[in-house]
Design a protein around this ligand. Structure first.
Ligand code: AMP
Ligand code: ZN
Length: 464
């Protein structure tokens, strides 16, 4: 029943075993670029990575999880042109790049907590590792992999025969078909390691280097920090599917040049959250934050539940109907779990736990694990054992079932008075007055639902 994971480097499902014999798994996941809030698409990838970590722990491994914060060097264009997203974002909100790095890093960490995503073991910021990045570039420069242009130091991808293996890129094909201006680059796939500050106008974030004042390219931060904290070759590297063709391809190229390894044994990618059939993106019209869900009355854990219903290697279309369905299902699961009696001496059902292990170890099949939870809840079995089993399974689902309890909703006196007046009007068949009372209740932010036994009040937009 060993853990199998789909590795995009070899394009195959492979049995996982840690490289380090002491059983600690090294995991590097590409973190956010902190020029704005993250959207819920970004969090789909972070939720997948959290699930992977929980499954590794479920299998008895300790995990050393390193995540970077990109707070310099990520340009608006993947072709190494355009502005630094941080400097542009700083102008947008009228603060410095240093200030927004802190604001959006804090916001990101707060969102992780709201979604039940465990924090990384090591959170490292690109701007705190400039020396490591410069040392890295100096080293690969000595090995002959770099060249200088007017605007920076570039990696020469033609020096590696297997450049682009992860993405199955065919460099010759790309070169032959190139139509775009590559600036001073020798090959279309070459990428910046160090960019010079522009001659006119001063950048907010810039540093001295052997090549002149400037800032690091985006890809070098991950190679440098991953190597610093996890070594030349570690277990698993993750990110979203958009990283396959450029960012991760270039991380591998740099590390191969310096250390002769492909950086990680396994390369796993989370597939996109789509909005109207397109990748959800910050630049696109609709940009949903975790806070946007809360503002509409959703518990962020409903989004976590929604992500669990789809396999991480399949794209998922976001719709409000799908989120509604997830919120209803989560509410039922919570109520079902809450109604089971807790007994600290009850042991989980091993047969069910084995089924969960089979599902999780089959490349993180969370949808199947959820289905097993529902079957468990419906089973006529000892209620205390059912609760102990579901509590244990929640270690991988991360839905915080044990922490939840129904909330008493306090209805304001004014709303109760209006509801009573409406009942009296209905009894007197004064429908116009009853409608007026309903509208007055709605104006105060409440909804009234008629039930056979009377009525029920709930705040408008509240899902449970
Ligand atoms: P960024 O802040 O752009 O560096 O992205 C942070 C993480 O979110 C990266 O791993 C991206 O690959 C991932 N990501 C970006 N857009 C989406 C999306 N629509 N769905 C899922 N993951 C995404
Ligand atoms: Zn990265």
């Amino acid at each position: 029943m060993s853990l199998s994971l789909y590795d995009n480097y070899t394009r195959s499902l492979r049995p996982f075993s840690p490289l380090n014999l002491n059983g600690e798994v090294g995991l590097y996941t590409c973190g956010p670029t902190v020029y704005n809030d993250q959207h819920i698409g970004n969090y789909r990838t972070f939720l997948f990575e959290d699930g992977l970590k929980r499954v590794l722990t479920w299998n008895g491994y300790r995990v050393c999880h390193v995540m970077n914060i990109t707070d310099v060097g990520h340009l608006t264009s993947d072709a190494d042109s355009g502005e630094d997203k941080m400097e542009k974002g700083a102008r947008r909100v009228g603060k410095t790049a240093w200030e927004i790095a802190k604001i959006y890093t804090d916001a990101f960490l707060n969102d992780l907590d709201r979604l039940g995503i465990a924090r990384p073991t090591i959170l490292c910021r690109a701007k705190d590792h400039i020396k490591e990045q410069i040392d890295f570039i100096v080293d690969i420069e000595k090995k002959g992999y770099t060249y200088q242009t007017d605007d920076g130091i570039y990696f020469d991808t033609s020096k590696q025969n297997d450049y682009g293996h992860l993405a199955r890129l065919h460099r010759e094909g790309l070169e032959a078909g190139k139509r775009v201006d590559t600036g001073g680059k020798k090959n279309i796939t070459d990428f910046a390691l160090w960019k010079f500050s522009p001659r006119e106008g001063k950048r907010q974030m810039e540093w001295e280097s052997p090549w002149g004042i400037g800032f690091p390219g985006w890809h070098i931060e991950c190679s440098a920090m991953a190597q610093k904290y996890l070594g030349n070759y570690f277990d698993i590297h993750c990110g979203g599917e958009d990283h396959i063709s450029i960012h991760h391809t270039n991380e591998i190229a740099q590390t191969q040049a310096r250390c002769g390894t492909r950086l990680a044994n396994f390369w796993l990618h989370g597939y996109f959250l789509l909005s109207n059939d397109e990748k959800m993106a910050k630049s696109a019209g609709e940009f949903l934050r975790v806070q946007s869900l809360i503002d509409r009355g959703y518990d962020p854990m409903a989004y976590r539940y929604l992500c669990l219903t789809a396999h991480y290697r399949k794209q998922l279309s976001f719709t409000w109907d799908a989120l509604d369905a997830a919120a209803v299902a989560l509410d039922r699961l919570r109520h079902g779990f809450f109604s089971l009696p807790a007994d600290p001496h009850a042991l989980p059902d091993d047969v069910i736990l084995n089924e969960i292990t089979l599902a999780m170890n089959d490349d993180l099949n969370f949808p199947r694990a959820l289905a097993i939870c529902w079957d468990t809840l419906r089973k006529t079995a000892d209620a205390k054992i059912k609760r102990a089993t579901l509590a244990r399974v929640d270690d991988v689902l991360g839905l915080r079932l044990s922490q939840w309890q129904p909330q008493e909703v306090l209805v304001p006196d004014a709303v109760i008075a209006l509801a009573n007046a409406r009942q009296a009007a209905r009894s007197a068949k004064n429908w116009a007055e009853a409608d007026r009372a309903r509208q007055a209740i709605a104006d105060l932010g409440w909804e009234i639902e008629d039930k056979p036994e009377g009525y029920r009040m709930k705040p408008i937009g509240k899902k449970s």
